[in-house]
Design a protein around this ligand. Sequence first.
Ligand code: NAG
Ligand code: NAG
Ligand code: NAG
Ligand code: NAG
Length: 612
Amino acid sequence: MKFTFQNLFSNKQNKYLFSAFGILALYGLTNFVTQYRIQRKYDKLCQKRRDELKRSIQEFKQSYDLSTGLSAQLEKEILNYTIADIKKILFEKKATVKQVLLVFINRTLSVATSENLNLITDINFIEAIQQAEKQDQEIFSDPQIIYQYDLFGIPVSVKDTYIHKGFDNTYGLASRLYKPATYDGIQVSMIKKARGIIFVRSNLPQLAMTFESTNRIFGRSLNPWNKDRAVGGSSGGEAALQAARCSVIGIGSDIGGSIRIPAAFCGVYGFKPGMSRQTEIGEGVIEKAANGMVNIRPSKGPLGRSVDDLIVMLGVLFNSKNYSELPLSTQDPYWKPQDLNFTQISKKDKLKIGYIEQFNDLLPPNCMKRAVQEACQALINKGHEIVQINLDQELEHELAVAFPRLVAAEGGFKSFGENLKGEKIIEEYELMEAGTKIPLFLQTYILAPLLKILGQKTLYVMSKQTHGLDVYQYLVNSGKQKRMNLQFLQYLKQNQIDAVIVPGFGCPAVKHGASKELPLAALYTWMWNTADLPAGSMPITRVQGGNDLKIEGKEKTIDIVYILMNRNMQNAEGLPVNVQVISYPHQEEMVLRVMKEIEGVVKFNEKHPYPY
Ligand SMILES: *[C@@H]1O[C@H](CO)[C@@H](O)[C@H](O)[C@H]1NC(C)=O
Ligand SMILES: *[C@@H]1O[C@H](CO)[C@@H](O)[C@H](O)[C@H]1NC(C)=O
Ligand SMILES: *[C@@H]1O[C@H](CO)[C@@H](O)[C@H](O)[C@H]1NC(C)=O
Ligand SMILES: *[C@@H]1O[C@H](CO)[C@@H](O)[C@H](O)[C@H]1NC(C)=O
């Protein structure tokens, strides 16, 4: 049929036109109804899963006697214990594996369930108790066994994303419910090989891509230091379990700060190895494009309450001999584990440590800088040399923006959105999603100049980074990113710097819902993912009043980002403040050594009683 204007306005064509509109309207309506029905289906599914968790907790409480027979004093002490402390009391027969486990189960039941901080997604108490009973029998025949296995007798928690036989890895997505794993992934297998007792799994954000742990299945996790604050994310449940002393050690994962941000929000220790030091395999696979990112990949590592405990867990995860004994089907042919080995690192007595107090793309409040200074002072006390790092402006900026530029490049949050399978996105992502959907020309010629005119320098700089790109421009950016990473490392090498201290995050734990306004604060962590360096996060101090809350030069400003940051600093007193330690690729041991030396002087846990 030939198209002409006469045809369009002829009576017959009019009918077609009306029916076309009719069909469109019908399509819209069906779409709406389908969406509504999907959401209702998901809501029911989420409710069902929540109810089941509650019920299994109830049943456990009713059918199990949680009394340990230990003195109340010892029970309290056990909650503060490191892995080594626990092994010691097991060896001295002051407690059994089962008693220790019950102490942590009881703790988890009283503070980590949905009635309180809401940190957990699964319980594995029954199986854990059976394992503990078996281990007690083994100790009875040979107490030395406690020291033959690195995690013998130790209660361990893992983030929801880990592949663990019999459990869903949901990523906080309703569509992933009721699809339990049929085998143990690498990390869960390695923990089991070292005889760690996995007794609980921990909460995270929907899609695991923001720094508040909230989703439509399990709801929102609350910070043990202050319930009005986020636990961080994505390994937020895990960090809060450590801070609330519900678990001894756990594992999380980190693609832009997902181990280090929750560690900072909750005032615990977290460690992100470099990509080459660990494997990409072992967590549930998020679908299609999101799994296709090659410049940044999730890194797996521990969260705990001491550097020594992080070292034990990393020793387990990096153990080459044990890895070689895993079923071939679970192994990663691309990975060759390299054992943790401090021989080389401990040869050098005096270290040269660099520090960076702030990045100009987002200035932190004074407390973050004070923590860096205090960590440096601790290292000076230990006889090390401290130098300030002065990067040129372009390098500093490029390091800061490489991550959002990469993540936004696909345009419109598509790759993450497709994993929702029709589920409604959480509010925390809405701005991010909207931002990446603005067409390039609008962003360049209208939005950016407008932001500049309105004095929104911070948003102006960022808006230029976050939009969809073609493959060519993506590759150009990737090339630039490589050069900048190299330039940074060469700067460190030329100045013979062994490690660098930087703020733990752009600010202390944010208020609930604030992650959508302050994504930029994560530049302090995400740049070590794009640079692919080992990075650890550790608590140094807590927010005091007065000067600590101020952002220098931004007390009175029209810059909306700082207005929001200032608002977020209200009532922040008492929150923990972390720093990060970073070093060269393959120098995980150097990071751990520096963290341990700082810990020895700062003694955060002794000076600041655990919250809760
Ligand atoms: C479990 O913990 C609660 C709250 O901390 C405590 O009151 C209770 O005595 C504990 N129960 C047992 C059996 O230890
Ligand atoms: C390796 O596995 C052995 C048992 O097969 C265990 O004794 C040891 O603790 C494990 N080592 C580590 C570092 O996980
Ligand atoms: C640690 O590394 C040193 C060399 O730096 C090597 O001699 C030693 O055998 C290694 N130790 C282990 C346990 O692999
Ligand atoms: C354990 O930690 C809590 C909280 O930090 C503290 O109040 C308590 O004194 C510690 N208990 C022991 C026995 O060290």
